[in-house]
Design a protein around this ligand. Structure first.
Ligand code: SF4
Length: 436
């Protein structure tokens, strides 16, 4: 008798931050290592995974509508298995089975290493939600989605408990990887042709294991073949003088930092439990610019935090002008269940939050455009990422300062290469250039 073995296929839909994107790469790596293949399309998959995010209500709503849509797929093909991973999985746990009977597995972000065994188990609904104190010791394969640049997790979890954030509850307390394990991974990536690594952590600059973060950067900087080092996301309180010095001295560390401010009002920062006043933050920015005048600085802003007055909002607007960020991610405050801020008195109406957000974005767009205009005529090194998503005749890439540059397609230029580009025209969110 001939037995045919049909390779199972998986599909992963990712919501949320870079942490989730890289967790999805790791789940894909684990599933591939256990003999499965990545489906070209969700409709072709035997296992459908949703890697979810609950940082804002919008991301959660998007996931819920996808989960509702997939119900009909399961009706047509009852053999399909559905897994919910990520922060919503950790927060809601087995309750997800009650609300969505078509879900088979619920797996939290600290347990993604179990995904391979989980999807092989037949018939029974399963959860993996335990705290995993050993997460920093795991070395998991990753199926990376990009050429040339790679994400590398160096620490997990967060100890900060900002009052609006669910991460410390879903990803647990901070745990940093051993430096040798990180260096081994990055040496392997450099050998495989990756030119840029982005070190990932919810609070990356508080990394500490057998060495601290500035020292780790020194060691990574020595890796042959590697050209660029980035790291996200930083907490302003943990931006030490030694880190600023390392950024200035190390040639592979890019001239860009993402440093979430969240609000220009010290009173609101206190309610957010951010651990710094606006003046402290501004001092750090001055230090960075003092050592690296051309550094690009991006940030996160929350509009309409509970009790935010016109004066508090005015402080944020003033901060945008004073600091002159290269770009920001700004959002309306979104009360997340289980966080201290969701229970605070003085929640603001949606239309006021929207109005303030609109003003913040309008002002920042003007600042970004002026900054980008200043780059016209200059020449920059660009790491090519691939075809532009909006124009099939153009390639897209990033400068060391993390600016997106689009330029004419050339058969001699492939994703992952670093080329020289002259900046011809500045736009709000990108630059147009020509290959030099
Ligand atoms: S630093 Fe604050 S916002 Fe960032 S993950 Fe930790 S608790 Fe959340």
């Amino acid at each position: 008798m001939v037995v045919y073995w049909i390779m199972k296929k998986f599909s992963i839909k990712t919501f949320g931050c870079q942490m989730n994107v890289h967790d999805s790469e790791k789940m894909a790596g684990i599933l591939k290592a256990s003999g499965m293949a990545q489906a070209e399309d969700q409709s072709d998959a035997d296992i459908i995974i949703f890697n979810t995010c609950s940082i804002r209500q919008k991301a959660e709503q998007k996931f819920r509508s996808e989960l509702g849509r997939i119900k009909s797929v399961k009706k047509k093909r009852p053999g399909v298995k559905i897994a919910v991973a990520g922060c919503i999985a950790q927060q809601r746990g087995a309750e997800i089975f009650k609300r969505a009977g078509h879900v088979d597995y619920v797996i939290g972000p600290q347990n993604i290493h179990l995904i391979g065994d989980m999807v092989k188990s037949e018939g029974v609904k399963k959860t993996a939600l335990e705290d995993n104190p050993d997460i920093a010791g795991l070395e998991l394969p990753a199926l990376r989605g990009e050429k040339g640049r790679a994400w590398v997790s160096i620490m997990y979890g967060c100890n900060n408990f900002c009052s609006y954030c669910i991460v410390p509850y879903t990803r647990g307390r901070e745990k940093s990887r051993a430096s040798e394990s990180i260096l081994r991974e990055i040496r392997g990536l450099a050998k495989d042709g990756f030119r840029e690594v982005t070190l990932l952590g919810q609070n990356v600059n508080s990394f500490r294991s057998d060495t601290d973060f500035p020292e780790l950067l020194h060691k990574i900087n020595e890796i042959e073949g590697l050209k660029r080092i980035r790291f996200v996301t930083n907490h302003p309180r943990d931006l030490s003088d030694r880190l600023v010095e390392a950024m200035e001295r190390l040639d592979k560390v890019c001239e860009h930092i993402h440093l979430p401010l969240q609000s220009g009002s010290t009173r609101i920062l206190g309610l957010m439990n951010r651990g710094y006043a606006y003046g402290d933050y501004k001092e750090k920015i001055d230090k960075l610019r003092d050592r690296m005048p051309d550094i690009s600085i991006t940030s996160d802003i929350i509009a309409g935090f509970p009790t935010e007055t016109d004066k508090d909002h005015g402080d944020t607007v003033k901060a945008l002008g004073e600091i002159g960020f290269d770009g920001i991610f700004a959002f309306k405050f979104s009360p997340r269940p289980g966080t201290a801020a969701s229970l605070m008195e003085g929640q603001l109406p949606e239309d006021l939050k929207a109005e303030r957000l609109h003003e913040i974005l309008r002002i920042q767009d003007g600042i970004t455009l002026v900054k980008n205009k200043g780059l016209e005529g200059s020449i920059a090194d660009v790491l090519v990422e691939g075809l532009s998503q909006t124009d099939g005749d153009r390639l897209t890439g990033r400068t060391r300062t993390n600016k997106i540059v689009n330029f004419k397609k050339d058969p001699g230029i492939s994703a992952g290469s670093i080329i020289r580009v002259r900046i011809l025209e500045a736009k709000k969110h990108s630059l147009k250039g020509e290959v030099v």
